[in-house]
Design a protein around this ligand. Structure first.
Ligand code: EPU
Length: 420
């Protein structure tokens, strides 16, 4: 079993380069299934979710060439099955995008119920409602979702809940449909704009991505033939922002889109951090104990749920008592039990947690409960007194590229070791 061993107490200093966005990459890869041609995608993050997605695409008939460790050329002219391999699709959440893409291109899709981090109930009713309004028949049987249609036809679809996944999935399904689809109450996250930009680059006609109304005018075919670069990861950048402040460090975060980080920047400044915004990079520093804050997670442009655990570490050592209200996921406070093992004083009930700030954390053995909790525990280890051992690293490897190397380059004392 692998673990991370961190000796805390070093302020982070230096530069870090942010990788391509995980949640864009895992939507753009299945989106290639809509293309009757060849395309190149670069700035892909080197993470296990991307590798698994490439394996799934190959099992469906796609031909993938790795040009570099962050660039692939993918030929999706011949897709010979619409049944996705169950053992791979159950490994993560984003496998549900195969439904929209395969339904759009081939008129049928069989995909296992998606897996992913356990954050509470993760229904997909809005995805299914969208497909049905486009004319598909969707059944769930023996742990699989089976969707079929003769030809998808555009429709007006109002999302009852703002959902990143459902917005992208319906957008994927409607790209090759007959007529026009209007998605209302659409999610507005940067990766939704990224997927729309990718599809438009390949020949789709999508307007309004990034607003709450997206209009997709069906086209006959996506021809591909272009190269597309995945946007920088908003959450990875936010993770390093929090780490810089929590460790009383000074870090230049390169290759980020600072516009995507506004809600995080606002909270970093509120707790006493300093942010110098250069548009595609930012310097984040702090020299004192953070102030308390109140945070509510919300869909974009609100404060992202995927940054909740990381900022929770900062609030656990703040001067005063802070409150976080998690409005997206039912069970996203599991990491607080681990932080309490490190000396934090956090009580959580339902979707609210109260952080009574302590002066310092102390190293302990801790267990990662989900991807972002993993990033949070690394930050906690970096600022704690003594040694922290972090277990269950597979969650972290799903979504952060070379995380320990990036932290080590900033001065953190962090090693990955094999424990027998
Ligand atoms: N929801 C429904 N019905 C649906 C879909 C969603 O009720 O059909 C609810 C969910 O239960 C949740 C809320 O709507 O309460 C928002 O869920 P959403 O669909 O937006 O989440 P998702 O698409 O499953 C993506 C990210 C998550 C991120 C959320 C929210 C990917 C692969 N995952 O999940 O990322 O937390 O959006 O921003 O894009 C992560 O990266 O660590 C992660 C969990």
């Amino acid at each position: 079993m692998e673990k991370l061993v961190i000796t805390g107490g070093t302020p982070l200093k230096g530069e870090v380069i942010i990788s391509g966005a995980k949640n864009s990459a895992v939507a753009i890869l299945p989106a290639t299934l809509l293309i009757n041609g060849i395309c190149t995608i670069n700035n892909l993050p080197n993470i296990s979710d991307v590798k698994i997605y490439c394996e799934i695409l190959e099992s469906l008939g796609a031909k993938i060439t790795w040009n570099t460790k962050s660039e692939i050329t993918i030929d999706t002219r011949e897709i010979n099955t619409t049944v996705a391999p169950l053992e791979l699709t159950s490994k993560f959440r984003a496998s549900y995008y195969l439904l929209g893409s395969l339904l759009g291109r081939k008129g049928s899709a069989t995909v296992g119920m998606p897996g992913g981090c356990k954050l509470g109930a993760r229904p997909i009713d809005q995805h299914i409602k969208g497909f049905e309004l486009l004319g598909a028949n969707v059944e769930i049987a023996q742990g699989k979702i089976i969707a079929t249609v003769k030809k998808l036809v555009g429709n007006n679809i109002y999302m009852d809940i703002t959902s990143v996944g459902a917005t992208i999935n319906v957008m994927l399904a409607s790209v090759l449909a007959n007529g026009t689809t209007v998605i209302e109450n659409a999610a507005k996250e940067p990766h939704i704009v990224d997927v729309a930009n990718f599809l438009n680059t390949m020949g789709a006609n999508i307007k309004g991505a990034g607003t709450d109304t997206i209009k997709v005018t069906g086209v006959e075919e996506l021809k591909g033939g272009s190269t597309y670069s995945v946007v920088p990861d908003q959450i990875e950048a936010g993770t390093f922002m929090v780490a810089a402040v929590a460790s009383k460090g000074n870090v230049l975060i390169k290759n980020c889109i600072t516009k995507h980080l506004e809600s995080i920047t606002a909270k970093i400044c509120e707790v006493g951090g300093k942010v110098e915004d250069y548009g595609d990079s930012m310097r984040v520093s702090c020299s004192k104990r953070p102030n308390k804050a109140t945070i509510k997670t919300l869909p974009y442009p609100g404060f992202p749920t995927d940054m909740q655990s990381q900022i929770g570490v900062l609030l656990s050592i703040a001067n005063g008592t802070s409150i976080i209200n998690e409005s997206i996921w039912e069970s996203r406070f599991q990491y607080t039990d681990e932080l309490n093992k490190m000396g934090a004083k956090i009580t959580s009930q339902g979707k609210t947690a109260i952080f009574e700030g302590v002066k310092e954390l102390s190293g302990a053995p801790v267990y990662v409960t989900d991807l972002r909790a993993g990033a949070a525990l690394i930050i906690a280890g970096i600022i704690a007194k003594g040694t922290t051992n972090i277990y269950n690293l597979e969650y972290i490897d799903r979504g952060y590229e070379n995380i320990e190397e990036k932290f080590r380059n900033l001065g953190a004392k962090i090693e990955r070791v094999e424990e027998k």
